[in-house]
Design a protein around this ligand. Structure first.
Ligand code: HEM
Ligand code: HEM
Length: 226
């Protein structure tokens, strides 16, 4: 079997920036006083990153595409029945079970980033969309921001445990592949990371994020502050 390029550079960068960004979100919200402004900035960055991953999942290289790893229930069931076996099917990208976990993680991080836009730190800072909605919506977003994060933590725990299981029990080198992109597999590798496309999409994602957090939100009436 050959070593083929499976994870393109932007997907790998996305993954490690996502990990770093979530760490910053946790530290700035839970451990540090007076770091809420940084929590906001890093939250906007994560929002942009997720917008990028959405487009990348539609028109990026093969293994980054949602269509390549989001499969139907029959496929997931079939795969689950042999997940404990050491003699695994050769899955170059995400396996059918892992594909859904990935999708769920992306969904939960998106919920965090979007709900944050409606929150307040009760001192100086309001999320940019807070004033645009009613109190019931603010409360709902607050609920999501606090409760979904715990779900996300459980899922991250499961993700890391699954990676350890595949590495040590099944002998698959998944972690190095998330750094250098290559896996030993019979499957066809990708021929390019589509870097030019990634740069254009990254710029568009940054512009859209700026629009969402800076230009589009209705400005609060001055008397709202008094
Ligand atoms: C905050 C913590 C983490 C989050 C939210 C997270 C999220 C994700 C996501 C969304 C993917 C899919 C990538 C894509 O297709 O875009 C992924 C894949 C992957 N992650 Fe993580 N990850 C986290 C931590 C880690 C850590 C600590 C490791 C290493 C020990 C790791 C190793 C991997 C590997 C190896 C894959 C590819 C799995 C495969 O081959 O199917 N992740 N992760
Ligand atoms: C993926 C992005 C984000 C993650 C993972 C995240 C995570 C968190 C966490 C873990 C907390 C502490 C919750 C608790 O103590 O129970 C928190 C609080 C908070 N977050 Fe985020 N956040 C994100 C994005 C944002 C954004 C974009 C904003 C605003 C623009 C924001 C505004 C806030 C505020 C104001 C609080 C404090 C709420 C309070 O004191 O009750 N967050 N966030």
């Amino acid at each position: 079997m050959q070593s083929n390029l499976i994870w393109d550079i932007p997907t790998r960068l996305f993954h490690w920036l996502l990990v770093g960004g979530l760490l910053v979100q946790y530290i700035t919200a839970e451990w540090m006083d007076d770091a809420m402004q940084w929590h906001f900035y890093s939250g906007y960055f994560l929002l942009g990153l997720l917008i990028f991953r959405l487009w990348w999942g539609l028109i990026g290289p093969d293994y980054a595409k949602f269509s390549s790893f989001v499969t139907g229930p029959a496929r997931v069931y079939q795969y689950s029945r042999q997940v404990l076996s050491r003699h695994h099917e050769d899955h170059a990208g995400h396996n059918p079970l892992g594909g859904w976990v990935v999708l769920l993680m992306l969904f939960l991080v998106t919920c965090q980033a979007v709900s944050g836009l409606f929150l307040t730190d009760d001192v100086f800072l309001d999320g940019p969309w807070r004033n645009a909605v009613e109190e019931s919506t603010q409360d709902f977003m607050n609920f999501i921001h606090h409760r979904f994060f715990n779900l996300l933590l459980w899922l991250i725990g499961l993700h890391v445990a699954a990676i350890a299981f595949y590495s040590f029990y099944k002998g698959q080198k998944l972690v190095p592949a998330m750094f250098h992109g290559k896996k030993v597999t019979k499957a066809k590798g990708i021929t390019s990371s589509k870097l030019m496309l990634a740069i254009v999409l990254a710029l568009c994602s940054a512009a859209l994020t700026y629009y969402i957090v800076e230009l589009a939100p209705p400005k609060a009436a001055v008397e709202a502050y008094y």
